[in-house]
Design a protein around this ligand. Structure first.
Ligand SMILES: CC(C)(COP(=O)(O)OP(=O)(O)OC[C@H]1O[C@@H](n2cnc3c(N)ncnc32)[C@H](O)[C@@H]1OP(=O)(O)O)[C@@H](O)C(=O)NCCC(=O)NCCS
Length: 228
């Protein structure tokens, strides 16, 4: 009893802390974005968050854009990425792991970072953009290398290292990530890609709840389309 009360108080304090943090650092939100929740010890720079994005504690997000209602778990590192709407990004995920150019004599940043004492100013080169579609689920501990494109509705297995593009609605896992399956058959994927539900308004989503609360198959889509 005592323990659950204490847990509740701690959770409420955490929520309050997140609210204060978001109020103190409104530059992290897109102008006018609503419902954004950024937890404590989050490092955000040059990043745009759309409505209702949540970012859990100890995540670092740099030069990125994150779409509506995407949730970013704890201890994420996201760099130069464009992430769509309604994605579920688990904990300990890295998105946009940039390479060091190993064609030079050294892979160390001796001549790009002034901290080593050989140059006066840092030299930054543009990162390759990493693109994550809408409704993508990224499992815990996954690493997505920079420049990769992940299609809408894809699933990335826990601990995967994604080195190549992933198709819409494809499931990949492993190191390096390999194809496991597609979430649905070809015909359904085609129909879902036309549906683009992630572009719907909140009202439309509410009205069409039946599509979200049943497993997707041909009958569900046929029935829904027939009743439109
Ligand atoms: C990718 C995933 C969704 C696949 O689930 P699934 O469709 O039920 O897949 P299965 O368990 O049937 O596995 C299919 C095959 O892929 C392999 N596999 C599944 N997940 C794997 C992973 N993360 N890494 C490596 N291989 C994996 C299985 O060993 C199996 O291989 P086999 O056919 O040689 O026996 C799931 O395994 C996963 O990684 N989920 C992420 C969980 C997570 O991170 N949760 C955090 C909370 S958000």
């Amino acid at each position: 009893m005592m323990f659950s009360k204490l847990k509740k108080t701690m959770l409420n304090m955490r929520k309050l802390f997140s609210k204060i943090y978001t109020k103190l650092f409104p530059q992290y939100k897109r102008k006018g974005a609503i419902g954004v929740s950024v937890s404590y010890e989050v490092d955000l720079a040059e990043t745009v968050l759309e409505d209702y994005v949540t970012v859990a504690h100890h995540s670092q997000i740099f030069k990125s854009q994150i779409g509506k209602r995407t949730s970013v778990g704890r201890y994420n590192k996201i760099r130069s990425a464009r992430i769509g709407r309604y994605c579920s990004i688990s904990w300990d995920v890295t998105i946009g792991a940039v390479p060091h150019d190993y064609q030079y004599l050294t892979t160390s940043a001796l001549f790009t970072r002034k901290q080593y004492g050989f140059i006066d100013d840092d030299i930054f080169s543009d990162d390759e953009l990493t693109v994550i579609g809408n409704d993508v689920w990224v499992g815990c501990g996954a690493i997505i290398l920079s420049g990769v494109t992940i299609g809408d509705g894809a699933v990335i297995g826990a601990g995967a290292v994604v080195t190549k593009n992933v198709d819409p609605y494809e499931i990949v896992a492993g190191v390096p990530a390999k194809h496991i399956a597609y979430r649905f058959d070809e015909e359904i994927i085609e129909r879902l890609q036309k549906l683009q539900w992630y572009e719907w308004s909140d009202e439309q989503i509410k009205e069409r709840q039946i599509l979200f609360t049943n497993h997707v198959d041909k009958n569900l889509l046929d029935n829904w389309e027939g009743n439109k």
